[in-house]
Design a protein around this ligand. Structure first.
Ligand SMILES: [Zn+2]
Length: 417
């Protein structure tokens, strides 16, 4: 990977085999976090191919890298702390880890892609020393203000070695929603092994490819997500770097995620759980180690698009007004791939003040404060971050006062009255 604006590789980022098989082609799309300022509306926007491949050797589903991580993550607009359910998830995780692995004031916790300290704050509150590593300087600054030590850096082999030289190795090393986002997958996983104490534990959470495919979550594909993992493939990647996955949990977050537990292959104090054997067997039975499994997904995606457009066209023809809720990365893929602009959605809203007053990338839908919904009383509210649909429907029950209804686009259009 170079520091240039684009870097092209047609080989698998894990095993190096040539990439020959298309998984799904979502056309051209702008970067999902490049929200457009009002004064930029008349300017060109860069669009990049959103074409996903599957490796016929290791079955890693992946996007070629078009944009350097520096371009994507140097000023990342996502502040984790704006989603209530995600904070609850983070707190529950810290309690689970402290109990299971007996963490205390003598332990050291490191989080990769620690964002604004949304998670580490719970370790710090328990008196457990913690360090965040976060490449986006603006979010790292927010973490530092909360009293969470944060290195502004990309994690990889070099960063891991530097910390080891300073005498720092982790009892617990974690990364939530970062594994998919590393272009140098081998360097990253090697870095994990280096930074881990001999008896340390690494946990990572990332969206599960099995759920992405079963629930047609094509909108979770965007340029910032380079890799899409089944358990069998991630297990191969870790094994190649001397790490054994000794436990795994299936979580409901982000439409269905895996939390994997890794240790050094040499640490035999933690036996491999039954859950590891079961999930591996289930994926093998479902065909995740055969190319055929991956070839039918593209048609499923096209059908999902047609159904959403059918609904929106019908709503417009019936004289209904539609607004969006949320301006997440997944919304960008959905809106661009389906060609949904202000012809279908008058505006969208987001609780994150960083996004308010801007426009969605490529599709130029205005992003407003949530109060706008009460002012304009739309007939339909299209929930773009469908993974938070329960929380959003609860917050926005007021739309029922004027007979408004919620619309969830994935896995297929569903209206909730
Ligand atoms: Zn491969």
């Amino acid at each position: 990977m170079g520091s240039q604006g684009t870097a092209f590789s047609s080989n698998c980022r894990f095993c190096g085999s040539p990439l020959r098989h298309s998984f799904v082609d979502l056309g051209m799309s702008p970067l999902c976090q490049s929200h457009v300022e009002p004064e930029q509306l008349d300017q060109m926007e860069p669009f990049y191919p959103l074409h996903v491949y599957v490796c016929d050797h290791c079955f890693l589903v992946q996007l070629r890298q078009y944009v350097s991580p520096e371009t994507i993550f140097s000023e990342y607009a996502y502040f984790s702390s704006y989603a209530d359910t995600w904070l609850q998830h983070a707190k529950a995780y810290t309690e689970l880890m402290i109990g299971r692995f007996k963490l205390d004031a003598g332990s050291f916790v490191v989080e990769i892609a620690s964002n604004d300290g949304y998670l580490l704050q719970y370790f710090v509150a328990q008196g457990i020393p913690a360090l965040g590593i976060e490449p986006a300087a603006n979010v790292a600054r927010v973490a530092a203000e909360k009293g969470i030590p944060t290195l502004v850096e990309f994690f990889g082999e070099d960063a891991a070695r530097q910390l080891v030289v300073q005498g720092k190795q982790a009892d617990l090393l974690l990364g939530n929603n970062v594994l998919a986002q590393v272009p140098d997958l081998n360097g990253f996983v090697e870095g994990l092994r280096i930074l881990l104490k001999p008896h340390g534990v690494v946990t990572l959470e990332f969206p599960h490819l099995l759920r992405l495919m079963e629930e047609k979550q094509f909108d979770t594909i965007y340029h910032e997500h380079f890799s899409y993992f089944s358990f069998v493939t991630v297990e191969r990647v870790f094994a190649a770097h001397g790490l054994t996955l000794f436990d795994v949990e299936e979580l409901p977050t982000h439409g269905g995620s895996l939390r994997i537990y890794g240790r050094r292959a040499t640490d035999l104090s933690k036996p491999v759980s039954q859950r590891v054997h079961e999930l591996r067997a289930r994926e093998e039975a479902l065909g995740f180690t055969c190319l055929d499994k991956y070839s039918s997904f593209a048609e499923t995606v096209k059908e999902t698009k047609r159904r959403l457009l059918e609904f929106l066209i019908g709503a417009k023809q019936a004289g209904k007004s539609d607004a969006g809720y949320g301006a997440p990365g997944k919304g960008n893929t959905l809106l661009n791939y389906c060609g949904i602009r202000t012809d279908f959605l008058d505006y969208t809203v987001d609780r994150n003040p960083y996004k308010q007053g801007k426009f969605t990338p490529g599709t130029h839908i205005p992003i407003c404060h949530p109060d706008r919904i009460r002012e304009t009383k739309p007939d339909y509210l299209l929930i773009l971050p469908w993974n938070l649909k329960d929380e959003i429907m609860q917050q926005m029950t007021c739309i029922r006062d004027w007979g408004g209804q919620f619309v969830v686009p994935i896995p297929e259009v569903k209206v909730h009255s």
